[in-house]
Write a protein that binds this ligand. Structure first.
Ligand code: ATP
Length: 295
């Protein structure tokens, strides 16, 4: 794998691999340049938008997420990190309703949303962008957004659509494409877009839901260094005025974007705090980055 690439991880439980991911990202704990992290420019953050309490998920006796208490503050960018198999994806699925917890609660803006299915979570303003691209190759970027905007009206997809409504969708989709830097490729079929541009289109589709909470599953997975940089800038831009939770293995991305980092290990919260505090936390170094420190 080229040095600049960040892997899309499918395997589990490999600490050495995590240390390598740190290295592949081109940043080591000691020399990471975080002089311009998002956290440095932050206005003061609000109260908790999303809270979990004792959140637990077991699969046939194996506990993948174990008593997680999480607080995501309104307006923050919050990263979930941890070694392979730590429970990040499972927690992500619990937050978005793709999995129902075995026990514990999820609260969104004070409302108990535990166990609500994804479509209900979406109606409450929780949008998720997937790691695996889920676009239709033949549809243009604009068409994808018009469909997303139409379905977000809650009226489902219709073949008959009023000109007024379609005009509104066209205006909004142009704005969204502009927001993610895709205006020039608005009329290209998604299948013709480069990988990084596809991910940007998926982000625009998630934004079409006007989310209160945006969840990004490994936004830079599989990208080369140039696309990683573009994506960092893009997420910074779209995070303004929004609350974002993301999972990423690339520590440069985490350090560049996150106000708050939660480190998971074996389904539990190992450490939590601003990136610089977490990356120097001896428990995290031992559990997660230990091998890299010895290089
Ligand atoms: N549906 C399932 N059935 C059984 N075990 C599961 C299931 N989903 C996840 N697990 C197990 O739960 C643990 C946590 O998995 P999860 O995918 O949440 O970790 P992760 O931190 O996202 O890992 P990675 O970084 O490799 O994506 C792993 O040991 C995994 O094998």
């Amino acid at each position: 794998m080229p040095a600049a690439q960040v892997p899309s991880v499918a395997g589990h439980g490999d600490g050495a691999r995590c240390a390598s991911v740190w290295r592949w990202s081109g940043v080591k704990a000691a020399d990471a340049d975080h002089t311009s992290t998002r956290a440095d420019h932050r206005p003061s953050l609000g109260g908790a938008l999303l809270t979990t309490s004792g959140l637990t998920k077991s699969f046939r006796g194996f506990t993948a997420v174990n008593g997680v208490d999480l607080q995501v503050r309104e307006g923050s960018v919050h990263a979930l990190v941890g070694p392979n198999g730590a429970g990040k994806t499972t927690l992500f699925n619990l937050l978005t309703g793709f999995l129902a917890p075995s026990s514990g609660t999820v609260t969104l803006a004070g409302q108990d949303v535990t166990g609500l299915p994804p479509e209900k979570m979406a109606h409450l303003g929780v949008a998720r962008s997937f790691q695996i691209t889920s676009l239709f190759d033949q549809l243009t970027a604009t068409e994808h957004l018009e469909l997303a905007l139409q379905s977000s009206t809650g009226q489902g997809l219709k073949f008959w659509r009023s000109d007024v409504l379609m005009g509104r969708f066209a205006d909004r989709s142009a704005e969204l494409l502009e927001e993610v830097g895709l205006s020039d490729q608005a009329h290209e079929p998604a299948g013709a877009l480069a990988y990084g541009r596809k991910r940007a289109l998926e982000l625009a589709i998630a934004l079409a839901l006007e989310p209160r909470l945006l969840l990004l599953d490994e936004p830079t997975a599989g990208m080369g260094i140039e696309d990683v940089s573009r994506t960092i800038e893009l997420v910074r831009r779209v995070a303004v005025g929004r609350t974002v939770v993301f999972v990423d293995h690339n520590m440069h991305v985490v350090g560049s974007l996150a106000d708050q980092v939660t480190v998971l290990q074996q389904g539990r919260v190992l450490a939590e705090g601003p990136y610089d505090a977490v990356r120097t936390d001896p428990r995290v170094i031992t559990a997660y980055l230990g091998e890299e420190q010895d290089d």
